[in-house]
Design a protein around this ligand. Structure first.
Ligand code: NAD
Length: 360
């Protein structure tokens, strides 16, 4: 295990993307968001993605330094095309459009299509919350067929995340943010590379048996080699039986079909689609009832007697705690993931002394 300070890891990842052909601004931004995912404990959406992003850039599947194209623009609504730019560039532009419209109108919706991987969706809810806004996000990942619907063993959905953010004055926002699968694909990736295991009910084989074995997703792989989720003959399971599977279905419909990205199907180019709604609580709630009511409700929920050994947490609490801890103690990375960063840094031609200094 290698442990790095967030700032050092962020700079190293930024340098890799700059060397790979991104502008310094974009490279730093990608580094910042990937490391932000590690800080919140979502290692599945952190720097483990670096080799894959660089490969996608080299293959022309993601493009550097794209400006989004606004294809529909009304006072309350925008449709924004990410033009297959990095998600860490397309998503904040789309969210900013939603924030600006919501500040004018009290309510807005933005359909983002054809974005590169937008990473941890909670980042976008946090961006809206920092502007004082409630937000709701339905997301799909076209071309990424990973998840079996309830009652099936074959893949038909992406891990299609759903996210809701609620700002709290003077406190971290409440952020519910999850894949509609039992686990995000990146968690299986991390498990396959020696990181935390996934639950035994996370995956399903063609025989209908549940398992936590990453080989069901990736087929045969070498410890140090790449992973291709198209090679396994199993699937990740949708969470929450028919209800979670139904939410996944609607994330595909709203985040994929309605945005113009396209819902899950075989052979589609990878892109995230995101349908986001923004609400200004100051307009809904001129009497400013919400902050006090949130404080009361959170306090009340947390007084529920816990199961022995458990704690009652509210959405976003685990991430906020981990962020504080990892900012103080550093980000732990399994050797395999660290080595994949070093290999990618060499492949893009980063100076060897820069690479050697990264983990010091
Ligand atoms: P997860 O299973 O860790 O669930 C996270 C959510 O559950 C958070 O809101 C967290 O605060 C809450 N939570 C966690 N423990 C809790 C507890 N004990 N009590 C109450 N609430 C608790 O998340 P996941 O499904 O593995 O998703 C990980 C990340 O992957 C998310 O950030 C998601 O946006 C991202 N993702 C992105 C894509 C994409 O295509 N860009 C696809 C899938 C997932």
């Amino acid at each position: 295990m290698v442990t790095l300070k967030a700032s050092a890891l962020q700079d190293f990842v930024g340098d890799i993307f700059i060397k790979a052909g991104c502008s310094p601004e974009e490279g730093r931004r990608i580094g910042r968001y990937l490391v932000a995912a590690n800080l919140t404990g979502h290692d599945s959406h952190g720097v483990v993605r670096v080799p894959r992003y660089v490969q996608m850039k080299n293959d022309g599947l993601i493009r550097a330094d794209q400006e989004v194209e606004v294809v529909v623009d009304t006072p309350v609504l925008a449709v924004v095309d990410g033009r297959y730019g990095f998600g860490q560039t397309a998503a904040p532009q789309a969210v900013q459009i939603g924030i600006d419209k919501c500040r004018q109108m009290g309510l807005s919706a933005v359909a983002l299509r054809n974005a590169g991987h937008i990473g941890r969706v909670g980042d976008w809810a946090e961006m809206a919350a920092a502007a004082g806004l409630v937000s709701v996000h339905f997301v799909n990942a076209a071309g990424s067929i990973l998840v079996a619907p309830f009652g099936a063993v074959e893949r038909r959905f992406s891990t299609a995340p759903y996210c809701v953010g609620v700002p709290r004055p003077g406190e971290a926002p409440l952020v519910l943010d999850f894949a509609t699968s039992v686990v995000a694909e990146g968690k299986v990736l991390v498990a396959s590379k020696g990181g935390s295991k996934v639950p035994e009910h996370a995956l399903i084989g063609p025989d209908g048996k549940m398992s936590g074995d990453p080989h069901l997703l990736y087929g045969d792989y070498q410890a140090a080699g790449g992973r291709d989720y198209k090679r396994g003959d199993g699937a990740i399971r949708a969470f929450g039986d028919h209800k979670g599977s139904g939410l996944a279905f609607m994330c595909e419909v709203l985040g994929g079909a309605l945005t113009g990205t396209g819902a899950a199907t075989e052979g589609r180019r990878f892109a995230n689609g995101m349908l986001s709604f923004y609400i200004d609580p100051k307009i809904v709630d001129p009497a400013n009832f919400l902050p006090g009511e949130l404080a009361r409700f959170v306090g009340w929920v947390k007084t529920a007697k816990p199961i022995p050994g458990e704690q009652v947490l509210v959405p976003g609490e685990k991430e906020a705690r981990l962020r504080a801890e990892r900012l103080a103690k550093g980000i732990p990375l399994p050797d395999e993931i660290w080595q994949s960063l070093v290999t990618t840094a060499r492949e893009v031609g980063l100076d060897e002394r820069r690479i050697q200094s990264a983990a010091m």
